[in-house]
Design a protein around this ligand. Structure first.
Ligand code: NAD
Ligand code: AHE
Ligand code: ZN
Length: 375
């Protein structure tokens, strides 16, 4: 197959909110600095659903969504030295080139090398797509497009992992689990004994709980409008549950009251700008730090009284939990292999690519954390 076009199955999003269509897609060979990957397993993340909904200002159609996956390198383009055919890999929507201003700063995990291309659904080399259906180009998504049996990614967007790791599990290390763990360990740097509030108990919120427990937090307060979320959340480290719907007072006030002035750290894992405000305002005066993890729709803006910041609260955000992808995803795989982090517990459903629309229904259903698709 090396050097040739591969025809395979992929789920194409032709229009916002219209069911994805399983198509025979042509995948061009990788060019210089590119890697063609056979995707074996992909999960769905709420960010895929968000872009599909048409609310992502970077959303382009037709496209192939998907960014939480694992697979095997099929072939590599000219100049690619760090991976070779047969390597087990996790595609990384947040690249790491180790050469750009961002990578060299030591201050961020964001990478600037290819972001200009991935944001507009093309490859860096020729600003074109490697996917087409009956001659029509199909846009890439987040530089990963994992809802396809084969995809082409930039070499700076692929993490080579331990070949012993089960790909049907470690695919989750492409997004949600590292995001939550890293929000706690890298972005907030939660210390032992801290009080933590987590808004939204989906995969990302539960991974925040897992990270906070590992960091030695004493109180881990989970906030969700769905009471069914609490039982499961206890297994991830949540010690108390608050449902804002069961309180007359604004949720920030409820939290300030039960924590003697506010929490040390809060995390917004929903993507709702009014909850982002509540998450900031439930933080303790003088030092409380709030981390925005959720992705809000196009046009949405955050607000608070500047006095909240003047009096010492800190507002932050995180992308991929601050992890440097190519360096640290393999380390997270090893942590899973050593039973230091959970993955299995986040996988609530398994389907095949043909059932991807059903998988999106499940994702919106409430009791699904991650649904893993076999390709
Ligand atoms: P999810 O939908 O599984 O979880 C969201 C949870 O929030 C659900 O349990 C839901 O019941 C709860 N919820 C909804 N509205 C609420 C409200 N008003 N008050 C309290 N709880 C409420 O989603 P997920 O996959 O865990 O992702 C969470 C968010 O994180 C999404 O916005 C996703 O796009 C984003 N995300 C960001 C990054 C990043 O790098 N920053 C990475 C992955 C995901
Ligand atoms: N395209 C959206 C932004 C989406 C966004 O914030 N994405 C997160 C990852 S979500 C993963 O589930 C992220 O890492 N952003 C940093 C980046 O470089 O994209 C919009 O609103 O424009
Ligand atoms: Zn995601």
């Amino acid at each position: 197959t090396q050097g040739k076009v591969i025809t395979c199955k992929a789920a194409v999003a032709y229009e916002a909110n219209k069911p994805l269509v399983i198509e025979d897609v042509e995948v061009a060979p990788p060019q210089a600095g590119e890697v063609r990957v056979q995707i074996l397993f992909t999960a769905l993340c709420h960010t895929d659903a968000y872009t599909w909904s048409g609310k992502d200002p970077e959303g382009l159609f037709p496209c192939i969504l998907g960014h939480e996956a694992a697979g095997i390198v099929e072939s590599v383009g000219e100049g690619v030295t760090e991976v070779q055919p047969g390597d087990h890999v996790i595609p990384c929507y947040q690249a790491e080139c180790r050469e750009c201003k961002f990578c060299k700063s030591g201050k961020t995990n964001l990478c600037g090398k290819i972001r200009g291309a991935t944001g507009v659904g093309v490859m860096m080399n020729d600003r074109k797509s490697r996917f087409s259906v009956r001659g029509t180009p199909i846009y890439h998504f987040m530089g990963t497009s994992t809802f396809s049996q084969y995809t082409v990614v930039h070499d700076v967007s692929v993490a080579k992992i331990n070949p012993q790791a089960p790909l049907e599990k470690v695919c989750l290390l492409g997004c949600g689990v590292p995001t939550g763990l890293g929000a706690v360990w890298n972005t907030a740097k939660v210390e032992a004994g801290s009080n933590v509030a987590i808004f939204g108990l989906g995969t990302v919120g539960l991974a925040v709980a897992e990270g906070a427990k590992a960091a030695g937090a004493s109180r881990i307060i989970g906030i969700d409008i769905d009471n069914r979320k609490f039982d499961r959340a206890k297994n991830f480290g949540v010690t108390e549950f608050v449902n804002p719907k069961e309180h007359e007072k604004p949720i920030q006030q409820v939290l300030v009251d039960i924590t003697d002035g506010g929490v040390d750290y809060s995390f917004e894992c929903i993507g709702n700008v009014s909850i982002m405000r509540a998450a900031l305002e439930c933080c303790h005066k003088g030092w409380g730090t709030s981390v925005i993890v959720g992705v809000a729709a196009s046009g949405q803006e955050i607000a608070t009284r500047p006095f909240q910041l003047v009096t010492g609260r800190v507002w932050k955000g995180t992308a991929f939990g601050g992890f440097k992808s190519r360096t640290q995803v393999p380390q997270l795989v090893d942590k899973y292999m050593n039973k230091e982090i959970k993955i299995d517990e986040y996988i609530t459903h398994k389907l095949t690519l043909d059932d991807i629309n059903k998988a999106f229904d499940l994702l919106h259903g409430g009791d699904c954390l991650r649904c893993v698709l076999t390709l």
